[in-house]
Design a protein around this ligand. Structure first.
Ligand code: G4P
Length: 541
C-alpha cells in the first residue's frame, strides 16, 4: 500500500515529532512517569497498563526469565502517542545500571532527554552519568523533579546541586505550591497562572485542575494558595532576584535545563510538564554525515541502527534492529541501501514497537524509530539510506567496568562459541577485547556489570547451544590511549593490562582509577579517554 505524500506533508509530519528518552537513577519513578505520559497521551485509558504489560511479558517470555528472576528490566522498546498535535516517541531504556550502555546508545537516537530526579534524593550517580552523555551530544535536557508528594529537599537546594554536579543552570518553569502530603499545585512562571490539582483516583486517572490566571501576588491567587502563599511568593521573588532567565539557545545546547515540579504517582504536574516540554523540545534535528548536516526534511529516507535486540518474542526467536530514522519518509516494502555492505535490502519486515506489542508499520518519518527484522546483517551504528553518500557517524563505545576472561581450553563446539561471541559482540551485548598474543584463548569480555554477562551466557546457551565459561578479572576501568602511548612501556606492568578492542585499537584495563592517575604522573604525554573516539559525539549530532 502506498500513501501519496507531498513534500510539504512530509515536512509537517517530521516537524511535529518529539523523540526523547527519560534518564534517571533506578527508583526515581521512570516507569511511573512513562505510564502517566501515556495516560495523558491517551495511549492507555487507565494507568497501570505498563506495569501490567511488564507482568504479562514476564509470564510469556523465556528471554525475560532473567528479568523475572532478578526483578529487573533488561529489554526496552519505544512507546508512542499523539498529544497536542505532536507525535511523541519515548525511547524506553532498561533501568538497571548494568545495562546502562544500552541506555547510552539509545541516547544517541534521542533529540532531547527528560531528566527525572527524586526530590528527596537529588542528582544520583546514574543520572549524573547519563546526563554527561547527553551533554557530550549537546542535546537539551528537561528536568522533572518527582515525588513532590513526599517530604523532599528544598527546590533551591536541588537547583544548586544540578549546577554543582552537572554544571548546568536550572530554570524553574513552575514552582511548587506546598510539599509532601500538602503538595497542592504549581505556579506556572511562563503562563503566569496558578494550577491547583485535585482528585485523580490515586493516580490512575487524570487529575482535575483549577486554573487561576494572574501574578502570584494577586489576592485571588494568594487566597487560593492559603498558608503556602508566602512561601511561594518568597521563592519566586528570590528566583526573579537571582536574574537567571530562560535562554532557549542555551537550552538547545544543553547548558541550561528547564525545570518542572510534580508527582508522577498522583499525576500532579504531569500535564503542564508535557504541554510545556512538547512546545519547547526540538523536533528531529539534522545529523552529521561525513561532516555534512543532513536536514531531516530535505533528504530522502535515511537512518541508523542504534540497538539490536534478540528474542523479544520467544515464539519467533528473532532479532530486531532498532532504526532511528534521520531523514525523509520510510515506506514498508521499499528498497534501500545498507551502506556498510553496499547491498540493496528490502524493508519488508518492519514493526512499530509499543511495549511488547508489535504492529506492522506502513510508513514512518524522520524522528521515528522502527524495528526491522534482522536476519543477522545489521551491526550497531549501520546506516541505511536511499541517497548515495550518506553514512552516519556510528555509536560510540563506552568504557566497561567489569571484565571476564573467556575460558575456551578444551571446549567442545569451540567454533560455535566463537561465532556466538562475535555475533553477540556485534549486537552490543558485551564488548570484546583481545590480548595482543592472539587466539580466542586471549579473549576478554567487558561489560557495565555482571548482569550483562548473564545475558551473554543465557543467549549463547539458548541460541548457539554452547556454555560460556568465564573467570573474573580484577579490572574495573578501561581507558583508550589517544596519544603518548607505547605498548612496550607496559611489558612488565602488573596492574595495567594492554589489550586491543574489537576495532584493533589499543586499550588499557586497570583495577582502579588510581592506576591511571599514577600512569599520568609518570607519563605526562599520555592522553587517556573514556571512549576510543570522543569526536564521534560531535559527528553523531
Ligand atoms: P523506576 O522505573 O525509575 O525504577 O521507578 P518506578 O516508577 O518503578 O518507581 C519506583 C517507586 O517510586 C515505586 O514505588 C513508585 O510507586 C514510586 N514513585 C514513583 N513516582 C512517585 C511519586 O511521584 N511519588 C511517590 N511518593 N512515589 C513515587 P514502589 O513502592 O517501589 O512500587 P509500587 O508498590 O508503588 O509499585
Amino acid at each position: 500500500m502506498s500513501i501519496e505524500r507531498s513534500p510539504e506533508d512530509v515536512r509537517r509530519e517530521i516537524e511535529r515529532r518529539r523523540t526523547f528518552a527519560i534518564i534517571s537513577h533506578p527508583d526515581a519513578g521512570k516507569t511511573t512517569l512513562t505510564e502517566k505520559l501515556l495516560l495523558y497521551g491517551g495511549a492507555v485509558r487507565e494507568a497501570g497498563a505498563v506495569r501490567a504489560q511488564k507482568a504479562a511479558r514476564h509470564a510469556t517470555s523465556d528471554w525475560l526469565e532473567l528479568e523475572k528472576q532478578r526483578g529487573i528490566s533488561v529489554s526496552s522498546s519505544v512507546l508512542h502517542f499523539e498529544f497536542g498535535g505532536h507525535r511523541v516517541n519515548i525511547l524506553d531504556t532498561p533501568g538497571h545500571r548494568d545495562f546502562s550502555e544500552d541506555t547510552y546508545r539509545t541516547l544517541m537516537a534521542a533529540d532531547s532527554a527528560v531528566m527525572l530526579i527524586d526530590a528527596a534524593r537529588g542528582v544520583e550517580a546514574q543520572t549524573r552519568k547519563l546526563a554527561e552523555v547527553c551533554r557530550l551530544r549537546r542535546i537539551p535536557i528537561f528536568t522533572f523533579v518527582n515525588k513532590m508528594d513526599r517530604h523532599g529537599r528544598d527546590p533551591f537546594e536541588i537547583m544548586a546541586e544540578i549546577e554543582e554536579v552537572l554544571g548546568m543552570d536550572s530554570i524553574p518553569m513552575n514552582w511548587p505550591v506546598g510539599a509532601g502530603s500538602d503538595f497542592r499545585g504549581i505556579y506556572d512562571r511562563l503562563g503566569r497562572k496558578l494550577i491547583l490539582f485535585s482528585g485523580g483516583k490515586h493516580g490512575t486517572h487524570r487529575v482535575e485542575e483549577e486554573v487561576i490566571e494572574g501574578e502570584v501576588t494577586e489576592p485571588a491567587l494568594a487566597a487560593a494558595m492559603g498558608t503556602f502563599a508566602k512561601d511561594v511568593q518568597d521563592g519566586l521573588e528570590l528566583l526573579e532576584g537571582a536574574g537567571a532567565s530562560l535562554d532557549r539557545e542555551r537550552v538547545a545546547r544543553g547548558d541550561q535545563t528547564p525545570m518542572f515540579f510534580g508527582s508522577a504517582l498522583t499525576n500532579f504536574g504531569v500535564r503542564p510538564f508535557l504541554d510545556c516540554y512538547l512546545e519547547m523540545a526540538p523536533g528531529p534535528t539534522p545529523r552529521q554525515s561525513a561532516g555534512v548536516a543532513i536536514d531531516p526534511a530535505k533528504h530522502p529516507f535515511s537512518g541508523f541502527v542504534f540497538k539490536i535486540q534478540a528474542n523479544m518474542d520467544p515464539d519467533h526467536r528473532d532479532r530486531v534492529a532498532f532504526l532511528r530514522i534521520c531523514s525523509g519518509r520510510f515506506l514498508r516494502g521499499t528498497q534501500t541501501t545498507h551502506v556498510r555492505t553496499g547491498k540493496t535490502i528490502r524493508l519488508s519486515n518492519s514493526t512499530l514497537l509499543m511495549g511488547k506489542d508489535r504492529a506492522e508499520v506502513e510508513e514512518a518519518f524522520a524522528g521515528d524509530v522502527v524495528g526491522l527484522f534482522d536476519p543477522g546483517i545489521f551491526r550497531i551504528g549501520d546506516t541505511l539510506s536511499d541517497e548515495p553518500g550518506i553514512a552516519y557517524a556510528g555509536i560510540p563505545i563506552f568504557a566497561p567496568e567489569a571484565f571476564m576472561r573467556v575460558e575456551v581450553a578444551g571446549v567442545e563446539k569451540r567454533k560455535a562459541l566463537e561465532k556466538g561471541i562475535e555475533q553477540l559482540v556485534q549486537e552490543g551485548v558485551v564488548q570484546l577485547f583481545r590480548e595482543p598474543t592472539g587466539g580466542s584463548a586471549s579473549w576478554i569480555l567487558g561489560a557495565m556489570g555482571p548482569l550483562q554477562f548473564d545475558v551473554m551466557q543465557h543467549r549463547l546457551k539458548s541460541e548457539y547451544g554452547v556454555e560460556l565459561k568465564l573467570s573474573k578479572l580484577p579490572y574495573t576501568i578501561a581507558r583508550w590511549p589517544l596519544a603518548g602511548f607505547d605498548p612496550d612501556d607496559f611489558r612488565y606492568s602488573e596492574r595495567i593490562r594492554v589489550v586491543r578492542d574489537r576495532d584493533e585499537r589499543w586499550a588499557l584495563l586497570a583495577p582502579s582509577s588510581w592506576d591511571f592517575d599514577r600512569l599520568r604522573d609518570r607519563n605526562e604525554k599520555i592522553v587517556l579517554s573514556e571512549t576510543p573516539d570522543p569526536t564521534l559525539f560531535e559527528r553523531a549530532s
